[in-house]
Design a protein around this ligand. Structure first.
Ligand code: GUN
Length: 291
């Protein structure tokens, strides 16, 4: 029987645990606060941002969105970030990506104070995470995948984890987390220039796909019993769906379901875990700000 890894349910349990932590911090006079900066009016980004701040408020945290016009200048955006960096009631700052092309996103991300960088995208946090320093903010998607594997009792020690994709946000930090002492996995990282991708994916005990391409992984590319973690979030037009589209991942879910031992659905797999870890990082930021 294939297990469906239910990120919504794991998140529900984790958020109930975190609500207690938030209550304890509040009793000590601190309400963890997250400020999200959204540039422009991309509907997908608006929806993501709204779900992030809603999730904060549901836990008793402060969630605030600052919306700036599409044509905001770099200096104006930096001034907003400076203000948040200097505001003691703001523990976490997140600038929603993608940014309009005229804004240098790397410089923008580096402008966020590392102690408030709950996305974990600042080079200081990437470096701390790489050396295994517990003060690091670990990017939310890889952190969520690690938490999901742990809570679902999926062993990683000595397992061959094959990751498809090489992004700074998901795959690179995930490779470093999985190979660290503790998880002790053997990690292979593949990407668009890897020849004969299937020869790698077929070796995977745990296959993690974070590319953004529907049906990239088909039934012939995996071995029986594989654990499949699908990070893809692709919109597929669907006239019958409420918004005119539905979400699918990067793997052919229906074909892999009977082959895998466990698999994450899309939606309801990795996605909810990502927001849950953003809440966890914001609580961590609030705790570390007091220390
Ligand atoms: N856009 C899509 N996912 C993310 C994320 O995790 N963080 C930020 N800042 N932007 C995103």
């Amino acid at each position: 029987m294939t297990r469906t890894l239910d990120g919504t349910e794991i998140s529900r349990v984790m958020r109930a645990e975190m609500a207690q932590e938030v209550a304890a911090l509040q009793a000590a006079g601190v309400t963890p606060g997250l400020s999200v900066v959204l540039v422009g009016n991309n509907p997908a980004s608006q929806a993501y941002v709204a779900s992030k701040t809603r999730a904060c408020e549901a836990l008793g945290m402060r969630g605030q969105t600052l919306t700036l016009p599409e044509d905001v200048s770099k200096d104006e955006l930096f001034a907003v970030i400076d203000r948040l960096n200097n505001d003691a009631s703001v523990h976490g700052i997140l600038v929603q990506l993608p940014l309009p092309a005229h804004l240098p996103y790397k410089a923008v991300l580096e402008h966020i104070h590392p102690a408030k960088d709950v996305d974990g995208f600042h080079p200081v946090n990437a470096g701390l995470a790489f050396v295994g320093d517990p003060r690091a903010f670990v990017p939310c998607t890889p952190a969520g995948i690690m938490e999901m594997l742990r809570r679902e009792d999926i062993p990683t020690r000595g397992k061959h984890v094959v990751i498809v994709g090489r992004s700074l946000i998901v795959s690179k930090p995930l490779a470093s987390l999985l190979m660290a002492p503790g998880p002790d996995a053997t990690v292979t990282l593949t990407h668009r220039h890897t020849p004969d991708l299937a020869s790698f994916t077929r070796q995977a005990d745990i296959l993690i796909v974070a590319v953004g391409k529907q049906n990239l992984i088909t039934a012939d590319m995996v071995k029986p019993g594989v654990v499949v973690i699908d990070v893809g979030q692709n919109r597929v037009p669907d006239a019958g769906a409420p918004r005119g589209y539905r979400m699918v991942g990067d793997v052919d879910y229906d074909a892999l379901l009977p082959i895998a031992s466990a698999i994450t659905p899309v939606p309801g797999g990795v996605g909810p875990m990502t927001i849950t870890m953003l809440l966890a990082n914001t609580i961590q930021a609030a705790r570390q700000a007091r220390a």
